[in-house]
Design a protein around this ligand. Sequence first.
Ligand code: ZN
Length: 149
Amino acid sequence: MKFLSSVMLALIATFTSPAWSAQCSVEIRANDMMQYDLKKIEVSKECEEFTVTLIHTGRLAKTVMGHNWVLVNTPDMQAVARAGLKAGAAKDFLDTSDERIIAHTDLIGSGGSSSVTFKTADLQVGGDYTFFCSFQGHSALMKGKLIVQ
Ligand code: ZN
């Protein structure tokens, strides 16, 4: 009994300590069907930084089914996507000098993964943020919302 109760106290301490109250990273998977496995990512302002790791679970190469994860203010999405198309395959379909891009991973193919870490100080609670894949023709299906809390 004594052992059990000390285990329970340890568990309670684990779940209530501040370090565990906010999840400051997320994994998002992308497949050969041009899909992310998440449509929504929640970011807590309790995190100073937030890390997104993109994982390509498909079998197709970067040149035919490349995926990245690009974060923008929602009103900027179309323009950033167009600029990415203009940059073309040689630039991985992203103009990385575009200042409207808040954060982005590398473009990856089968078996690849890429992470990006950004500061939550740059994000507003209640702001309207969209993440998308800037590979040619993907953004219509591959997009979601990033919610800041
Ligand atoms: Zn893609």
